[in-house]
Design a protein around this ligand. Sequence first.
Ligand code: ASP
Ligand code: MG
Length: 469
Amino acid sequence: MKIVMKFGGVSVADGESMKRVGEIVNRFRGEGHQLVVVTSAMHNVTDSLLDIAAKAGKGQRDLVLEFVDETRRRHAESAKTAIADSEALDETLQAIESKCEDLKNILLGVAHIGELTPRSKDFVIGYGERFSAPILRGVLRDLGIESEALTGGEAGIVTDDHFGGAEPLMNVTTLEVRQVIDPMLEKGVIPVVSGFIASTQEGTQTTLGRGGSDFTASIIGAAIRADEVWVWKDVEGLMTANPKMVPDARMIDRISFSEAMELAHFGAQVIHPKALESAARFQLPFRVKSLSRPDGGGTLIVKEVKVKDGDVVKAITNIDDVDLITVSGASMVGTPRLAARVLDILTDEDVDVLMISQSSSEENITLAIPKDDGSRAQNALELSLLGSKQVREVSIEAGLSIVAVVGAGMKGTPGVAARVFRTMAENSVNIRAIAQGSSELNISFIIRKHDAAGAVKALHDDFRLGEAG
Ligand code: ASP
Ligand code: MG
C-alpha cells in the first residue's frame, strides 16, 4: 500500500519518541509499504515560536538570543538521543545549526524593525517543522533507510497567500507533489515532509493554520493517490465516549467522514476538520493509529459506513463549559433576518457558535458558545440589537455542557430522540435546549455541567455502546 503517515507534536516530543517513530516507520516499510512521513513540530515548539515572534515584533531584541539557544539545545539533544550513527548525527546537527542561524537573523530583523507582518509571522512559526523533519530523516538514516527531508513547499504544496490559514491550490499542488514525491517512492526513498507549512506560487512561505499538519497529510495523500493516511496518536482511536468519563468506552473500528466531523465539532477533535473535509472530498481513507499499539487496526474513517441493524448511535460526546445566550423579544416573530444578524455579529466577534436553536413561536433564539467567549458575545449582541424594537433582552447562562449523540444510523430511524430524552428523564437530567442537525447525524442538547458525566454514561449504557458490536 501507499501510505502517508503523520506524526503529531506529542509523537515527536523528544528523542525517545522520535526513536519510536523510526521503529514504526521501519516496521511498516519492512512489510513492503511505500511510505511518506509528515511531521509536526516537536510538542509546544510552535507555541514558543508564536510567543517569541510577538515579542520580537514589539522590539524585544534581548530575548531572541536566549530563545534561539534554548531551541538549539532542545532539538540537538533530541537528535543526540535518537540518532546513534555519527555521520547521520553530524549531518542532522549541522542542519539544526544552520536553521538556528537563519531563525536568529530573522527574529533580530523583526525586532530591529519592531513590526511583525503576517508574512514574517508565518515564516517564523514554521520553523518548528523545519527542525523536526531533518531530525526524523536522521533517525531513518540511522536505521539504514534512505530518506529526504522536505518543507511543505519543497514537497510541492502551493497555496494562496492567506497567511495564517492558507488554502492549497489543488491542481498545481497535485502536479508538483507528484513530480517530487513519486520518483522518491519509486527509488525506495522515504520523504519526510514538514507539516503545517507550504508556499505561494512565488515561493513565499505560508502556514495552513494551527494544527495544520493533518491537513498537509491529506493534501499529499490526495495528490499521490495514497491508499490511506495514518495519523498516529497517543489515543487508541476514535472512542464511543470519553474514556475518562465512561470506563467501558470502546474504540470505534469504522466511521464515516461526516460522523467524524460531527464528533470533532462536538469536542472530540482527533483530526483537524480541514483534513477530514479534504480527505472526504478526495475519498482518501484516514486511519487513526495508536502509538502504543501499532499492531491494532485503529479507527478507519471512510466515505460511507454501512449501518448495521440496530446500530443507530456511534458515539456520545460532550463539550463542557459552554454558555447559553438567549436573544428574546416578542416582535422577533417572522423576522428571518434577525437570526442571520445574530450570527453575523458573532462571526465578526470571532465567536464559535456550537449550537443554535429557535423556539417555534420564534419568540427567542438560543445559542451555545464556549464559556470564554460568553460575556464578549453578550456585549456585542446587546450593543447591536437592544436599540432595535425587535429584541427585548439578551441573557446569558453559564455552567452548562453540550451533549451530542452521533451516528449516521439515526437517519430515518424513528424514536432515537425519544429514547435519548427518556433516558435523560429517567436520570433526572433537565434539558435546557435541543438541536438536531438536519443531516440527522446528531442530536445535541444542553444540560447543567454537573449532570454531564452522568448523562453521557447513561446514554452510553442505554445504546449499549460498551458492548462489542
Ligand atoms: N505545529 C503546528 C501547530 O502546533 C501544526 C501541527 O501541529 O499540526 O499548530
Ligand atoms: Mg494536531
